[in-house]
Design a protein around this ligand. Structure first.
Ligand SMILES: Cc1cc2nc3c(=O)[nH]c(=O)nc-3n(C[C@H](O)[C@H](O)[C@H](O)COP(=O)(O)OP(=O)(O)OC[C@H]3O[C@@H](n4cnc5c(N)ncnc54)[C@H](O)[C@@H]3O)c2cc1C
Length: 338
């Protein structure tokens, strides 16, 4: 019999440190636990919310009037696939960075660019978490779990996961609860250092390894990002805008140095941090208990005790300024639970 708790403060389970009470709260460690959670909500006709590390989630001060399950389904298995590759099968409740560290120790490459991203493997799949020129979807073979409406098991091959920039099938279909994720990793160091900042740090390395790339990524992150153990944050609060060539041309006419990177369908991605810094002059901007991090303005920080409403109001103000200055409508990367 599982121990379902009542009235649990959710701000303690999100890195943004925001969120009211969960009516019910349960830590799950197995598929059987998950099935019990399903029957609990079904009997009581309650909504269900899954949390991994809570590092991309902004929960309302009113909390959640249903059952919140914190996924702690663990398990890490490396299976030899062939001479060149290994399959890594992981419980979705594993900490992503710990999994990457273990892979790198085994000299397996594929996930090292994602080093240092907080949260669980399951949460990273939902978000198609990415950093330094890589996205988690690039290394995935399959994603398995349970459908919360009928309890049936599912397994999706990577092509069915609809991975796009910070999105996936699972982000838009909340009934699919991820329990296991399989990755394919390379035995040889197949490294990806196309990202400019990363290339610079590794410029003097003659032979690249997954470990060297991981260390470089952790170094850059340590210099640029706040430590979420000390400061309330969910990392990048907004997505980088993906715009048409016509909109880019308009911005370029006024700001010729705007960086831009090609995207599918003849679109381009612009680093929002650059816009916030160079066009809107908002780096380090603060209002009350909320601000944009002084070293990386894409990161919104809870300076201590900010409420959900204060954060939303601040974010809306930033959106308005960007729209006024560039005509671009920016959208949240963080998931709001209202
Ligand atoms: C300091 C900092 C730096 C960051 N840097 C990056 C970065 O470089 N790149 C990046 O992409 N992100 C970054 N993030 C954001 C965040 O860490 C990632 O998006 C992370 O992958 C989220 O994982 P999580 O387990 O914390 O997800 P959560 O916030 O717990 O959940 C995110 C969403 O996924 C759903 N979910 C979680 N687990 C499951 C599951 N098992 N099954 C179904 N749905 C599930 C939740 O319901 C929610 O909708 C950063 C965050 C912080 C605080």
């Amino acid at each position: 019999m599982l121990k379902i708790l009542d009235n649990v403060l959710l701000k303690d389970f999100t890195t943004m440190r925001v969120g009211g009470l969960a009516k019910h709260f349960l830590v799950i460690k197995s598929l059987a636990d998950l099935r019990e959670a399903f029957s609990f909500v079904k009997t009581r006709k309650l909504p269900l919310l899954v949390l991994g590390g809570g590092s991309n989630t902004l929960i309302s001060d009113h909390g959640f009037l249903g059952l919140v399950i914190k996924n702690e389904i663990k398990g890490i298995k490396f299976v030899d696939k062939n001479q060149a590759e290994v399959i890594l099968e992981v419980g979705a409740g594993e900490n992503l960075d710990e999994v990457i560290a273990l892979s790198v120790i085994r000299k397996l490459s594929g996930l090292e660019n994602l080093s240092g991203i907080p949260g669980t493997v399951g949460g990273a799949v939902v978000q198609n978490a990415g950093a330094y020129g890589a996205e988690i979807g690039n290394s995935i073979v399959s994603v398995s779990g349970l459908n919360s409406t009928n309890g049936k098991e599912f397994t999706f091959k990577t092509g069915d996961c609809q991975f796009t920039y910070r999105s996936s099938f699972f982000k838009n279909n909340k009934k699919y609860i991820i329990t296991t994720v399989s990755f394919v990793l390379n035995k040889k160091a197949v490294t990806n250092v196309a990202y400019v900042g990363l290339k610079e740090v590794l410029a003097n390395e003659k032979e690249l390894t997954a470990e060297k790339v991981r260390n470089a990524v952790l170094k850059i992150r340590g210099e640029k990002l706040p430590d979420w153990h000390k400061v309330g944050t969910a990392g990048s609060y907004f997505k980088n805008p993906v715009i048409s060539q016509a909109v880019l041309a308009k911005i370029k006419s006024e700001f010729p140095l705007v960086p831009n990177f090609p995207e599918p369908n003849n679109k381009v991605k612009i680093p929002l941090a650059w816009i916030l810094d160079n066009i809107c002059h908002l780096k380090g901007y603060k209002e009350g208990k909320v601000g944009l991090y002084e070293k990386q303005p894409l990161i919104l920080v809870n300076l201590g005790g900010a409420t959900f409403t204060e954060i939303i109001n601040f974010a809306n103000k930033i959106k308005k300024i960007v729209k006024e200055k560039t005509d671009i409508e920016i959208v949240e990367e963080v998931e709001k639970i209202i």
